[in-house]
Design a protein around this ligand. Structure first.
Ligand SMILES: NC(=O)c1ccc[n+]([C@@H]2O[C@H](COP(=O)([O-])OP(=O)(O)OC[C@H]3O[C@@H](n4cnc5c(N)ncnc54)[C@H](OP(=O)(O)O)[C@@H]3O)[C@@H](O)[C@H]2O)c1
Length: 406
């Protein structure tokens, strides 16, 4: 029986879980692939030699993360005819096209199921199961840290800072949570999903993103009255002759399949006329869960997985999305305020679906949900409203996702 010689780059949370899982599942992998898996070398900052590991391996698993030195290691491995499996979303959202091209040229497999939504098999589904579908839209909760924080805010009424501290204490957020709470992590994953769904080159720089740091417990409480829940949502969709790929907080009606995805779970909804809609959900991170997705790719590579199809053509990025919006305003509680605001909305063609008003002494909170309109038009209206004397703080807007509102 021949061996499946694996070089392991990185031995942290996922790398060490991968080594453990590989040991536990060795007999099953041997049955599936006809080859006995064996780790021929491990590279960390403190030990191992890349050249030696490359020389001895047939397949390289990259679990270092980041661009440098991961890009060069992956490039060298592919160039040298090794299959590569990686969980690195930064790498693929910024240099993916070069690496997929190289893998095709060398006739080797580059697996990356674990780079998006952890163990949820969304990459394989888009790449293989839905290869024949014309995907119209993807919505995803692809960052477990932010979903945990927002779930806690909704569950306990805590503010953002308090919920973040709780997430850090429980190990759901890193000491420096900037990439997660600022939306960059989810943006990298949405770039990869958009590339898979639309078949055209999409990189991190094509994704407009916003995070959750400016959200308040009050947003969540008011929205609940409107039957909405708040999530950090990644969207990749066809808009006219182009595509829009973005990440921002959004409200979902309770019937939406992503509304009930709580805690650190991830979920992705894919819409296409041929399939209507499917939703996949599960753990989006964690050592053993991510390692399981990595191991799946190792087996697929050993069994001859299909290559990533070449990107074709180009679709322009559309910046201005059309959506219903939730708008929150703090105003003086005096006659004529609502009429003046409604007049400005009318000027930009925005019609109001619902209004909630809460008095707090001389001040009032106005919470509106609009029918769909372009974000640029809403921004123009909010700028004008923000300058009115009776408006007490800059108005804030969050998009609302659901056909029901359109
Ligand atoms: N953690 C998760 O739940 C999760 C989920 C999905 C995807 N991922 C992805 O999986 C990958 C690994 O994440 P992780 O959480 O396992 O990271 P981690 O715990 O920080 O481990 C990183 C490993 O890479 C090694 N390393 C770092 N820089 C290196 C360098 N310059 N040369 C050689 N080795 C180097 C580290 O070495 P030392 O041991 O010497 O420090 C460590 O063993 C990342 O791409 C991440 O985005 C992680």
């Amino acid at each position: 029986m021949s061996a499946l010689r694996i070089g392991l780059l990185g031995h942290g949370t996922v790398g060490s879980a991968f080594e453990r899982l590989l040991g536990e599942r060795a007999a099953a992998i041997e049955r599936l692939t006809g080859r006995a898996p064996e780790i021929v070398g491990v590279l960390t900052r403190s030990g191992g030699d890349f050249e030696e590991i490359l020389e001895r391996s047939q397949l390289v698993v990259e679990l270092i993360g980041g661009l440098d030195p991961a890009f060069e290691y992956v490039r060298r491995a592919l160039d040298g005819g090794r299959h590569v499996v990686t969980a690195n979303k930064q790498l693929l959202s910024r240099r993916g096209e070069e690496l997929w091209t190289l893998a095709r040229e060398r006739g080797v497999h580059l697996g990356f199921e674990a780079a998006v939504a952890g163990v949820v098999p969304v990459v394989r589904v888009l790449r293989e199961s839905l290869a024949g579908a014309h995907v119209e839209r993807i919505h995803g909760i692809v960052n477990g840290t932010t979903n945990f924080i927002l779930s806690e805010m909704a569950r306990t009424g805590a503010g953002y800072e308090e919920a973040l501290a709780q997430a850090q204490e429980l190990g759901y957020a890193e000491a420096d949570p900037t990439d997660d709470v600022g939306g960059a992590d989810a943006a990298a994953k949405m770039a990869i999903l958009a590339r898979l769904a639309f078949g055209v080159p999409v990189g991190f720089d094509d994704v407009r993103f916003d995070g959750i740091t400016h959200l308040t417990g009050a947003d969540i409480a008011y929205a609940r009255e409107l039957g909405l829940s708040l999530k950090l949502i990644g969207t990749a969709e066809r808009v006219g002759d182009g595509i829009s790929v973005r990440v921002h907080p959004a409200f979902l009606p309770s019937a939406h399949p992503l509304a009930s995805v709580g805690g650190s779970f991830n979920a992705v909804t894919v819409e296409s006329a041929a399939i209507t809609e499917i939703t996949m959900s599960g753990p989006g991170a964690g050592g053993s869960q991510t390692a399981s997705a990595v191991l799946g790719d190792v087996v697929a590579a050993a069994m001859g997985a299909p290559p990533m199809p070449a990107a074709y053509g180009h679709l322009p990025i559309v910046e201005d999305e059309v959506s219903p919006f939730y708008v929150h305003m703090e105003v003086d509680d005096e006659p004529g305020v609502l009429a003046r605001i409604a007049g400005i909305f009318g000027e930009v063609g925005a019609s109001i679906k619902s209004v909630v008003q809460r008095g707090t002494g001389e001040r009032a909170q106005l919470i509106m949900v609009t029918h769909p309109l372009a974000r640029s038009r809403l921004s123009a209206a909010l700028e004008e409203i923000g300058e009115l004397a009776f408006v007490r703080s800059p108005p804030r807007a969050i998009s609302v996702i659901d056909e029901e509102f359109e």
